[in-house]
Unconditional design. Sequence first.
Length: 381
Amino acid sequence: MTQRETVWLFLVVAVVAVPATSYAQAQARVRVERGSVHQGDLYAFGERVDIDGRLDGDLLALARQVNVDGQIEGDFFAAADSINIRGDIGDSTRISGNKVYVDGTIDGDLFVAGNDVRLGETSKIGNSLRAVGRIVEIAGTVDGDVAAYGAEVIISGTVQGGVTIGAAETIDLTPTASIGGDLNYTARTPLSPEALAHVSGTAHFTEANSGDEDDEARITTWSVVFWIWLTGAALLSGLLLVALFRRLVPSLVSAVKGQAVIGTLLGFGAVLAVPAAAIVAMVTLVGLPVGVAALLLFAVALYIAKLLVAAWAGGQVLALAGRPNASPYATMAVGVVLLYALFTIPYLGGLVYLIATWLGLGAMILAGRQYLQTRAASSKS
């Protein structure tokens, strides 16, 4: 799977999967208790998310650790440091994590990116598997096709369909491996006849180049992982922003929509003026802490600026999709994935990045000015 295919896959997922009604929780630990049933979709953000009971809907989780030991009837989307699936997923799963372990059942597709990706012996994927990671191990059963991209790919389970393996440094088909379809793989050396005996179809070997093309393949693979992590971090930040400043965010988003041209110009001016003023202040010993603080706050503002534009863009997309009254969590989620997908477009993505930053920063300035004017008017009256 190419970087472009992966980016647009996640974009389409975000647009079509946001429900008309949902429930969001942002706290240290979000849990569906064993024996309980949660009706509807769940957006969960925090230190840890545990699904021990049954969720009758989709789950979108952004946390340090996500554990699914119960049952999810719908789709599952997650970005976390550690993801463990030992329960059942009723539909497709799209997840990204440093360590991902699957030992349950996923009835649909599984799209996974991470550092260490492992499917245990009792895992079962009802459709296709797409995996990107430093280590990709498949010890369970996959009913569909498999596409695996990693430095080390290990297959000891059963794949009913065909298998495609990218330019891996190590490919291991253990004695218990079984591939029902064709095997297309890229490596420096071909697999042994003993290993290929586990392939029912035809094996197609492509020699990996040790030079620039091999390096480019690795860069492309890790750029996909890096994009997913960047987008996941932005998603978490945006959703926490909505949770913490539920009343403030809509006014800032309105400023993005209402005065786009003026806001962009103000943001551009602020990008030029604020760092320069902070550096001037830092020349003197007295102004040093002020200048440092100003730069730090400005850096935070630059990051938040893109999230405001993302929230506005997500609202526009959902309105076009027939969901004009979608929750702020949904608009933020869709907008972040959309915006970060646009950032990946060569040349145009850089321009979009700059305009989004300027526009969001300008909206913050306009909203702040409106607040001060309103407060001044109320004090006079």
